[in-house]
Design a binder for this molecule. Structure first.
Ligand code: PNS
Length: 160
């Protein structure tokens, strides 16, 4: 079965990468897809986020990277995917992900949403906390994101 792992990935963190890796063990093919979240104004351009995702997933043979402007369920259909995989951190994700899962089910009943519980060591991690850390000097960044992402974050905050 083919799955979509959607998100803003602004930027991809070790927590995202763990969910992608675990999804790739369960599903035949995983498309990591950058979609537009109208609630967020990204720090990295779409091209920058795609490039970082391609680099950090290059070792996973059944993972590809894509992007789309429209609805997630329409993109999933266009890719021949029957599943959406999302990471779920304790407490903060539930309400939003539950709502999204419900809406996506209403939009297309053929596509199932699967939640993968985040590992405890990544349960507090988010792209926004990583961006904030980078803006304040980047302490601990290398423990939270892949090396290429830490490098791009440092370059980005010095040019802001
Ligand atoms: O990493 P994020 O920001 O939580 O990812 C959210 C994302 C991009 C997956 C979500 O906003 C999304 O699915 N956007 C595409 C538009 C869509 O299908 N929205 C849901 C139905 S209104």
């Amino acid at each position: 079965m083919k799955a979509i792992c959607p998100g803003s990935f602004d930027p991809v963190t070790n927590g995202h990468l763990d969910i992608i890796t675990r999804a790739a063990r369960t599903f035949d093919h995983v498309v990591v897809a950058i979609l537009t979240n109208p609630r967020k104004q990204p720090l990295f351009t779409l091209e920058e986020r795609v490039e970082m995702l391609k680099i950090v997933t290059a070792h996973l043979p059944n993972v590809t990277v894509g992007h789309a402007q429209g609805l997630l369920v329409d993109y999933a259909t266009s890719q021949g995917a029957q599943a959406i995989v999302k990471g779920l951190r304790p407490i903060q994700d539930f309400e939003y992900e539950w709502q999204m899962g419900m809406v996506n089910k209403e939009l297309n009943d053929e596509i199932e949403t699967y939640f993968v519980m985040s590992r405890k060591e990544y349960s507090y991690l988010s792209s926004s906390i990583v961006r904030e850390l980078a803006a304040y000097g980047g302490t601990k960044l290398d423990e939270l994101v892949p090396p290429i992402v830490a490098q791009r974050l440092r370059e980005k905050v010095t040019t802001l």
